[in-house]
Write a protein that binds this ligand. Structure first.
Ligand SMILES: Cc1cc2nc3c(=O)[nH]c(=O)nc-3n(C[C@H](O)[C@H](O)[C@H](O)COP(=O)(O)OP(=O)(O)OC[C@H]3O[C@@H](n4cnc5c(N)ncnc54)[C@H](O)[C@@H]3O)c2cc1C
Length: 455
């Protein structure tokens, strides 16, 4: 049988994971990367990167790194330049770099009559057209800014955080940051040291997790044996209260949701600065009027710059929405990877989760590689996998948490539930005679209530 060939779009952590897993499985592939090299958004020079000079890991090193390639750093939360070196070293160590065409942007994917995909790309010198048996999309989820509309017009500088690179951009300005996600809080801390004044406008309350608890990186505690959602929420809420106090004291609204039902903010410097009076929390914006911003509580403020820390929107601009089974804010995919039609597209990295790390992304890649191996060498097993996906409830990936119905939460998963489901799916595809593991995986999937059923 002729060997199948696949394309990988993107050489960030997800694309590198895909490359490594395909390489290990002996599957032929070509990689396409729009930027100059590997590393994805961790390369601050990548024109699409949303990195900024002060950025460090938010999850800690040991929970984030690839298991087979520990980081050559003793820092618990290394900075983006260290991480950039890490990805270059990883790609070199496993000879992945040579599989990618750099400075080459994929511009189109169309299904061919024989079930493959025609890929079109713009290279540094010429256009490329090539047919593949399937395509792995690893073009990132944090590149396309989500820019809300506001009433009125702001006549100062209006920037999305994707355009924020360094604190010099804030020097001497009266800054309003809208949104208090992880990037918004990092930038607020930068702003405190450079801006003339800093306010932060928020719509809802947040939970703030310190980087260290009991002297250890906080995400390294309670690993391996996850507590049931309600117990973890009960215990962790009290631990956070003991360590960080009540954010309401600092001006934040009381969260109208439970802990872990939205992405927590791993930043307590922001609370220190609030306590020092270096910045203030303001309510949601009502409207702009020149340089004046009116808030919902009837107050207003004057600003030179408004920074929208309003997150990102998923974007796969080179392929039709139907092919990815879009529903609402995001594609609806089995395990956030496989379109239910199994049309030869595979999505990597479309997971938002607290602490899933690059190893979690690598496990997605292993699952894809296992499926592609089965397609080539054990078609009946691949067919059985597809049959189960079509006929049984999809695993519950929430871990029992009721996530907020926000755009950025539409593809959010609980890392433990997700990794378990990926492991089971991979196990069911493995090259051993179909039997015990297969049936056990199917039984477990069928016995769990589904939050995500086939469309
Ligand atoms: C400030 C910040 C801190 C973060 N901290 C953490 C953390 O602590 N832990 C964690 O796990 N995650 C963190 N993240 C999330 C981050 O998204 C992931 O770590 C990781 O970068 C995702 O990898 P990816 O390969 O899916 O996407 P990306 O890193 O975005 O890479 C996508 C790649 O695809 C390329 N590409 C895009 N379109 C095309 C195209 N059409 N053709 C060819 N190439 C294309 C891009 O150039 C890019 O190189 C952080 C993100 C930010 C912004």
């Amino acid at each position: 049988m002729q060997q199948q060939r696949y394309a990988v779009i993107g050489a960030g952590p997800s694309g590198l994971s895909a490359a490594r897993a395909l390489q290990k499985a002996g599957i032929a592939f070509d990689g396409y990367e729009a930027s100059r090299g590997v590393g994805g958004l961790w390369d601050i020079e990548n024109p699409r990167s949303t990195m900024y000079e002060s950025a460090h890991l938010i999850s800690s090193r040991t929970t984030t790194q690839f298991t087979e390639f520990p980081m050559d750093s003793t820092a618990d939360y290394p900075g983006h330049r260290t991480l950039m070196r890490y990805f270059r070293d990883y790609a070199d160590r496993f000879a992945l770099t040579e599989h990618f065409r750099f400075d080459t942007r994929v511009t189109g994917l169309e299904q061919t009559d024989d079930g493959g995909w025609m890929l079109r790309a713009e290279g540094p010198a010429s256009a490329i057209e090539a047919r593949y048996d399937g395509v792995i999309l690893a073009n990132g989820t944090l590149a396309e800014p989500n820019v809300p509309t506001f009433r009125g017009e702001f006549t100062g500088e209006l920037l999305h955080t994707s355009a924020y690179k360094s604190a010099g951009q804030l020097t001497g300005k009266r800054v309003l940051i809208i949104g208090a996600g992880n990037s918004g809080c990092d930038i607020a801390v930068d702003a405190v040291h450079h801006a003339a004044s800093v306010d932060m406008s928020v719509r809802r309350g947040y939970y703030f997790v310190p980087r260290y608890l009991f002297g250890r990186p906080s995400d390294t505690l309670n690993q391996g044996r996850p507590l049931p959602a309600r117990i973890k929420q009960f215990v962790d809420k009290r631990v956070l209260r003991a360590f960080t106090g009540d954010p309401v004291r600092f001006g934040f609204p009381e969260p109208d949701y439970r802990l872990y039902e939205s992405h927590p903010i791993v930043n307590t410097l922001i609370l220190n600065h609030l306590g020092q009076g270096d910045l203030a929390v303001r309510p949601d914006v009502e409207r702009f009027d020149g340089r004046t911003v009116h808030f919902r509580d009837g107050t207003s403020g004057e600003y030179d710059m408004v920074l929208l820390a309003t997150g990102y929107t998923l974007d796969y601009p080179f392929v039709s929405r139907d092919a990815l089974n879009w529903r609402g804010f995001s594609p609806r995919l089995f395990l956030n990877v496989f379109p239910p039609s199994f049309n030869g597209l595979y999505v990597m990295g479309m997971i938002e989760a607290s602490g899933i790390g690059w190893q979690g992304r690598y496990e997605q890649a292993e699952l894809i590689a296992e499926y592609l191996s089965a397609l080539q060498n054990r078609p009946a097993q691949a067919q059985e996998f597809r049959r189960r996906v079509a006929s049984q409830p999809w695993p519950d990936l929430t871990g029992g948490y009721h996530y907020l119905g926000l755009e950025r939460m539409s593809y959010y998963v609980n890392k433990d539930a997700y990794r378990r489901a990926v492991r089971e799916a991979r196990e069911s595809l493995r090259a051993h005679p179909r039997g015990a593991a297969d049936r056990a995986g199917a039984r477990r999937a069928a016995s769990r209530p589904s939050k995500r059923t086939p469309a």
